[in-house]
Ligand binder design. Sequence first.
Ligand code: DOR
Ligand code: ZN
Length: 428
Amino acid sequence: MGRILIQNGRIVDPANRIDVAGDVLIADDRIERVGGRVDVAEVPDVDVIDAEGLLVTPGLIDMHVHLREPGFEHKETIATGTLAAETGGFTSVASMANTDPVSDSPDVIEYVNTRAEESASANVFPLGSITSKLAGEELTDIPALLEAGAVAVSDDGKTVMNAELMRQALALSAELDFPVSVHCEEHNLNAGSVMNLGETSRKLDLPGSANAAEDIIVARDIMLAELTSGHIHILHVSTAGSVELVRWGKRRGVHVTAEAMPHHFTLTDSEIETQGTNAKMHPPLRSEKDVEAVIEGLCDGTLDAIATDHAPHAPSEKALGMIEAPPGIVGLETCVPLVFTHLVRANRLSLADAIAKMTYIPAHILHIDRGTLSVGAVADVTLIDPERVAKVDSERFHSKSRNTPFDGWELTGWPVMVLRNGVPSEKR
Ligand code: DOR
Ligand code: ZN
């Protein structure tokens, strides 16, 4: 049996309310012991990893990633996207369905799973789409998608504008117990918009989208979840209104969960002036007040998870200018240091809550068997150096794409290595 001892780290496993100095012993692909000191002399043939000064957490999970394969391999592949994940400290990613072909049939889910087995450096949990071809007109065969291995359904990138279709999807969710993950923008209201509606959009004379475009759909979908008892998951919350609505839904006992992205808790729409298309995404960067509300939502538990919406686009596409360039930014290789620098070290969010939002909470939302260091659990582990200071250098990204507004930012708290199924990243 192969054994690995991660020695002298600070073990942070929020699911088990553990925050202690000590050792983690791994046997093959499982966690064997957590905490205390393991005497190396008593464990034959053990490989030791020195974790002095490092945090030892469950393997991080990013529940919102675009891997682009099949169909958009010039932006990213499962191989490059999961290498970016591994570098960024993530051992698992949930991959969105807006591929080409769309993940609207079991065949595409199976294709993603096969490609992941062949080429991935992180566990890939695919989503299927809610509607065929993301067209918003006809539900997919959701039970068949789940059967093929989809962990959730989403038309991310697009809102399902037909409320009756959403009701049907959520009724199925109540019956079969899976999340319906929704992109919330009323497309009649945000038609043609390339950024947030506000001072900056007026100054730059660019078409803007009001917060109301997001809030209206968040309200609608929470109400539909209440009507059906289904599970609604609100993707990339960006407005103060959405945070308030999710809080309201939770108070009413609706099965609503929600996530926030690093860009929505660190940047405002004024970023467009200096960063241009590298700050263009849907939903867009908003105002200071919205950023503050998103942080409050993370702190009080309204926003359950932190995810990236890693959305790679080729440089030539992002060079098309604000009107034509596709929306989205890469996020896998900057998430952890942004969370540490802007939430944890800034004393906004506790370390345990930050780790919880990237481990057992997303695992729980997606019903995946990951996110803890419980004895017997799969040995997915992330090591983070909370004191490491480094600058973001997009030229060194493992992602195929470079579209980030964080290039050159000096951040503190970086992932150092991961183990997946008990295998250290450096050994792969
Ligand atoms: O900015 C975005 N880009 N938002 C989405 O919801 C989709 C994503 C993409 O696929 O590029
Ligand atoms: Zn998205």
